[in-house]
Ligand binder design. Structure first.
Ligand SMILES: C[S@@+](CC[C@H](N)C(=O)[O-])C[C@H]1O[C@@H](n2cnc3c(N)ncnc32)[C@H](O)[C@@H]1O
Length: 220
């Protein structure tokens, strides 16, 4: 299972998303929206749930999750970019969700939450940003903070054993210009299973002929 590396420091990732934050809703979010919505539908957050979103960006998922869990639930988010945090915090306040949403600026490889705190975790276009050896560390952190029977939904670019010409071209661009094209395809289901999650649901879509996978897994 060949997955390319991400030769970038955490501070470089943070600086890059700080710079992108102002334009993110204009350029990136419209492409990601439909996959985020599919993931959220599959996650099925309900009133009273306590949910964590990792790498929430400009907050599309956070706002939707806050609507789903209602006043009796709670939504927490962690993102490494202070500017993404500021944008999402402003949206949360404007939407009147400050009482039920808590946002933290930090690194998801060390989640600042107690074990077994959450019913569910949501992560879109974020797991594939971590360097290959760090992905199992992030997934172990997810397992730690999830309650037994909790769900983890990952929306990510999908790698395949036999990548198409388009996928190879994309990966070439990722290797040449990692600063601008930082997501790369990963083996989502296989990585989740290796980290001890059981696959509950998986769907494949595509964007610009690149496969995107929406996987819901469970902590058994
Ligand atoms: C490609 S964006 C996706 C944003 C959002 N989930 C979406 O789908 O629109 C990735 C997000 O992950 C955040 N991120 C990158 N590395 C991170 C880390 N180590 N810990 C937490 N968040 C991180 C970035 O700041 C950015 O907001």
């Amino acid at each position: 299972m060949n997955v390319s590396r991400v030769p970038r420091s955490k501070s470089a990732a943070r600086d890059s998303y700080d710079r992108m934050s102002k334009w993110y809703d204009l350029f990136a979010s419209p492409f990601e929206k439909k996959f985020i919505n599919t993931g959220l539908q599959k996650l099925q957050a309900s009133p009273g749930d306590i949910i964590l979103e990792i790498g929430f960006g400009t907050g599309q998922g956070i706002l939707e999750l806050a609507r789903s869990v209602g006043d009796s639930g709670r939504v927490y988010g962690i993102d490494i970019s202070e500017k993404m945090c500021a944008i999402t915090r402003a949206k949360v306040e404007k939407a009147g969700f400050s009482g039920s949403v808590g946002l933290v600026c930090g690194d998801a490889a060390r989640l600042p939450f107690h074990s077994e705190s959450f019913n569910a975790i949501f992560m879109s276009f974020t797991l594939e940003l971590f360097d290959t050896p760090e992905i199992p560390i992030v997934l172990q952190e997810c397992r730690r903070v999830l309650q037994k029977g909790g769900r983890l939904c990952v929306v990510a670019m999908k790698q395949k054993p036999d990548p198409t010409a388009m996928m190879k071209l994309y990966e070439w661009a990722h290797e040449k210009f990692p600063e601008y094209i930082d997501c790369r395809p990963i083996f989502v289901k296989e990585m989740l299973e290796k980290s001890g999650f059981c696959i509950l649901d998986a769907a494949e879509n595509s964007s610009w002929r690149l496969p995107i996978e929406v996987v819901v897994s469970g902590k058994v």
